[in-house]
Write a protein that binds this ligand. Structure first.
Ligand code: ACM
Length: 530
């Protein structure tokens, strides 16, 4: 009797340990727990039926190696061992998957590489956080598919620079959350971060600044510490290959016509004021007092086309982000060249001149078979015919673009800016704003102003990480976790299944995973304080 009681107690323990571990973020569409379980060890083979799923196997093995210290053999042939079996199921939609964990096998079905990757992202969350051998995985049947096609995170590497290893880690974080777009903000006033072979000064001069202000803008002083960094084209290729293997599309952003001080420090002839000395910015903000705007001259267009030719070679994505935000118009309004250009081309004002600028660049990008994305300022003065709009100044730019039948990605400052503080009394320096995890979770990317037909233009949403006040990668982690976990559920989970209280229960387990990854994260109050 005593033995039986002990055995029963053990069973209950095992079962409750398993039950506690089934905490998946983002919440799947359908998840049924069974009483089966799978014992994963270093000898468990991965069986791939399709070359297309190789990346998902690499993703799984990378995770096991990084956090549990072993990886699994990959084979094509069937095995009579307990295996992880990937197979193709054509009827599943893009990114969708089915996952069954049973005593004898783990079965993963998907119609595309991203679906298999998403299945692995769920499987990783079924692994016990403790590094036991074998790893006991709770029995489940999962049927799952994304709500939105674009599920993104942005990272500004201009204000502060992160190593290739850190960028790869960031990409892993996206993949763990079933996200599929990495928006890489590669250029800005404070540093140009991508090697362009035709214009070596962009990195020789444009990737370096003399120092940085101390503290929050306007700063309490200047640190006088030279700051620099850029990615070689080989490194860019390495990151893109790493992301592609994990079903993440890398969206490069090359800012124009504003936010171009690093370009103008390198090639001052592209400015409307070429005789005024320029240097890579050492402070933050939007400039009216310094001219950081490209001149809409033929020389500038040739320069930008040559830059984009190299960029398009490096990034297989169908989109190129060309910025378009916060371009001060005073420099064009004061320029004789611009006044003559506007007169000659019948361009009404400086907003229309920006539209002319963006439309020219769009034509070039389209001629190479790619499409542009721009911040919502590209609506001003008339939207370029095929442009996708990233709505950041609230959702109204997104609404306007969708009504004009343009694709939209929502990134409103109110819910998607992870540079904002996340607790009222934040100790570390941030740009300001106040966006709690609860607020991120409450975000609905499809505004009620849109009809069902217009809503189809909302491709998804993205979290933005501007890094003025993130001078190390640990701070980036602190700012994204757990807000990015909340956003992943906004983007993936069906609206009717979202439940903040339930999310918080799962987040308790997710926090153990942040620790397993060695990631920093915000540990304070997740809700808005009055
Ligand atoms: C932006 O935050 N300037 C897009």
């Amino acid at each position: 009797m005593k033995k039986m009681l002990i055995a029963m107690a053990l069973l209950v323990n095992v079962y409750s340990a398993m039950a506690q571990d089934v905490a998946i973020i983002p919440q799947p569409n359908a998840l049924k727990q069974t009483r089966q379980s799978f014992a994963l060890s270093a000898s468990t083979p991965i069986q791939l039926a399709d070359e297309n799923f190789k990346g998902a196997a690499v993703f799984l093995n990378g995770y096991l190696q990084n956090y549990y210290g072993f990886s699994l053999p990959v084979q094509n042939a069937a095995s009579n061992k307990q295996s992880i079996v990937f197979s193709v199921q054509k009827s599943l939609s893009a990114g969708a998957y089915e996952l069954t964990v049973a005593n004898k096998a783990i079965e993963i079905k998907a119609s595309d590489a991203e679906g298999a990757r998403n299945a692995v992202a769920t499987l990783l969350q079924l692994l016990p956080v403790a590094k036991q051998q074998p790893l006991t995985i709770a029995g489940v049947q999962v049927e799952d598919a994304p709500r939105f096609a674009y599920r993104g995170m942005h990272l500004d590497v201009s204000r502060h620079f992160y190593s290739v290893a850190q960028v790869k880690k960031y990409i892993d974080y996206l993949a763990y959350h079933k996200m599929n777009y990495f928006h890489w903000h590669l250029t800005d006033d404070q540093g140009w971060r991508i090697e362009i072979k035709k214009y070596p000064l962009l990195t020789q001069i444009g990737s370096k600044r003399e120092g940085t202000i101390i503290g929050r803008y306007p700063g309490t002083g200047f640190d006088n510490k030279p700051y620099e960094g850029f990615y070689t084209q080989e490194q860019i290729k390495e990151v893109v290959a790493y992301a592609t293997e994990r079903s993440i599309t890398v969206l490069p952003e090359i800012e124009m016509p504003g936010h171009s001080m690093a370009v103008l420090a390198s090639y001052p002839q592209l400015s409307t004021t070429p005789n005024i000395a320029k240097k890579v910015s050492t402070t933050w903000g939007v400039f009216d007092k310094d001219n950081n705007v490209l001149n809409p001259s033929e020389e500038t267009f040739t320069f930008l086309e040559n830059v984009l030719l190299e960029v398009m070679e490096l990034f297989p994505a169908k989109y190129i982000h060309i910025g378009g935000d916060e371009c001060s118009k005073i420099w064009w309004e004061q320029s004789e060249f611009c006044k003559n250009l506007m007169k000659g081309k019948n361009i009404a004002d400086a907003h229309a001149l920006q539209s002319y600028f963006i439309q020219r660049m769009e034509k070039f990008v389209n001629s190479k078979g790619k499409q542009i994305i721009g911040w919502d300022e590209i609506l001003e003065g008339g939207l370029a015919p095929n442009a996708t709009v990233m709505s950041w100044r609230g959702v109204k730019g997104g609404i306007e673009a969708a009504k004009q039948k343009h694709d939209v990605i929502m990134t409103p400052g109110s819910h998607c800016y992870f540079d904002h503080k996340q607790i009222k009394n934040e100790d570390s320096v941030t740009i300001g704003g106040y966006t709690t995890t609860e607020k991120v979770y409450s975000f609905e990317p499809v505004p009620t102003e849109l009809s069902a037909d217009e809503a189809k233009y909302v491709l998804g949403a993205q979290g933005n990480v501007w890094t003025e006040y993130m001078n190390n990668f640990s701070k980036v982690e602190y700012m994204i976790f757990p807000r990015m976990s909340a956003l992943s559920e906004v983007l993936w989970t069906q609206k009717k299944q979202k439940d903040y209280t339930n999310f918080k229960t799962r987040l308790a387990v997710q926090k153990q995973r942040y620790q397993l990854w060695g990631a920093n994260y915000f540990k304070g109050n997740l809700e808005t304080e009055k």
